[in-house]
Design a protein around this ligand. Structure first.
Ligand SMILES: Nc1ncnc2c1ncn2[C@@H]1O[C@H](COP(=O)(O)OP(=O)(O)OP(=O)(O)O)[C@@H](O)[C@H]1O
Length: 363
């Protein structure tokens, strides 16, 4: 029974120092079998070092990495008998697609006939069977990415480690490969751990996202939960799409009132921490939870502002407003929502949102 409770991988207060610099300062999180985990954070936050330690390519300076409860720290990658495979985008340019896919199988000493059978199966599965005899230098970026995946998956790992797997692809192809990775993950039931600095990528693919900054975990959670409830200021800003309203708190029954350069807003009183009247607070309101109206109706949580700019991305539009007090608001709308009420820079408009949607940061 207890065995059931042990996660596949545990990182327990893991740190990695180079001289007096901490590439990873203190990282703890678990990975369950079959999960798709994304490690995300800005450049230099320690994502790749964390992945390399899981793979056994680097040893932690302190802390412990466990596979099914067994300490892995000192095991070299080839001793781990942990079925981890590092998906590398670097292919052998002078070898054919088939030879690239067979490479790891050959290293493992599989007989030629079996290598061929497995390579055929994976090339078929990834839609590259038609190029089997072609040199990989004659393939497009997306085709190469599929070869790299076939080469890793042919080894039938229980866990696949991916370091920025889609970074070499153009944006259009990247979105397509994202859904292919998700589909493969679902079909194969393999644990995927993927490092990325792109939140759209992490949030589109992963079951859970580990957000890191400066060598530390900032939040671990399902994409939706992280979007809707950032654990701290760093996450709220890093994931984007949030308004952070700084102001002064005052009690208003079950609500807390905030007054600041943006105006006045009410939001549920936080359960986990308390504020005194007059405390400086930051209220977070998601950009897609704010509506636009032509004029104020005299209700709470209404802010008038001047349209500064409109940012169109696909079928979504972010409207930037500036209030009389100098605060900036971002409001995310679908294209169809704003088609009926044309907006142009300079125009004054009212933003409003429910008292239930905002939450306060504790730090
Ligand atoms: N071998 C090393 N020797 C010294 N410092 C290192 C070494 N490897 C990484 N670092 C440092 O540790 C920090 C974390 O590096 P890491 O590559 O893990 O970051 P990252 O989050 O993957 O960044 P990026 O997105 O830019 O790849 C960086 O400041 C980096 O310069």
């Amino acid at each position: 029974m207890t065995r059931m409770a042990i996660p596949m991988i545990e990182l327990d207060r893991v740190a990695k120092h180079y001289g007096d610099q901490a590439a990873v300062a203190d990282v703890s999180f678990d990975i369950e079998k079959g999960e798709f985990i994304a490690l995300m954070g800005p450049s230099g936050c320690g994502k790749t070092t964390t992945l390399r330690m899981i793979a056994g390519l680097d040893q932690p300076t302190s802390g412990e990495i466990r596979l099914w409860g067994r300490r892995l720290n000192e095991d070299a990658p080839w001793e781990r008998d942990a079925p981890l495979v590092w998906q590398s985008y670097a292919l052998f340019p002078f070898l054919s697609v088939r030879k690239n896919v067979e490479f790891g199988l050959k290293q493992r000493g599989l007989p030629a006939a079996e290598r061929r059978r497995k390579a055929d199966e994976w090339m078929e599965r990834l839609g590259i069977a038609g190029f089997a005899e072609r040199g990989v230098d004659q393939l497009s970026g997306g085709q190469r990415q599929r070869v790299a995946l076939a080469r890793a998956l042919a080894l039938e790992p229980e866990m696949l480690l991916l370091d920025e797997p889609l970074s070499a692809l153009d944006p259009h192809l990247r979105v397509r490969m994202q859904s292919e990775l998700v589909r493969l993950h679902r079909e194969l039931g393999i644990t995927f751990i993927c490092v990325t600095h792109s939140h759209s990528e992490a949030f589109a693919m992963a079951d859970r996202v580990v957000i890191m900054n400066e060598g530390r975990v900032q939040q671990v959670g399902a994409p939706r939960d992280i979007y809707r409830r950032a654990a701290n200021r760093f996450v709220a800003e890093f994931v984007g799409g949030n308004n952070l309203f700084a102001g002064t708190a005052s009690s208003a029954g079950t609500r807390l009132r905030v007054d600041g350069p943006f105006g006045t807003a009410l939001a549920p009183r936080p359960a986990e921490f308390t504020f005194q009247d007059g405390d400086a607070v930051t209220l977070v309101v998601a950009a897609d939870r704010i509506e636009l109206a032509p004029a104020p109706m005299g209700a709470d949580n209404e802010v008038e502002g001047r349209v500064v700019t409109l940012d169109f991305v696909g079928s979504s539009v972010t409207v930037f407003l500036e209030t009389a007090g100098g605060a900036e608001l971002r409001i995310q709308q679908s294209l169809s929502q704003i088609e009926n009420t044309p907006l142009s820079p300079g125009q004054t408009i009212t933003a409003r949102w429910s008292q239930d949607v905002g939450f306060f940061l504790s730090s």
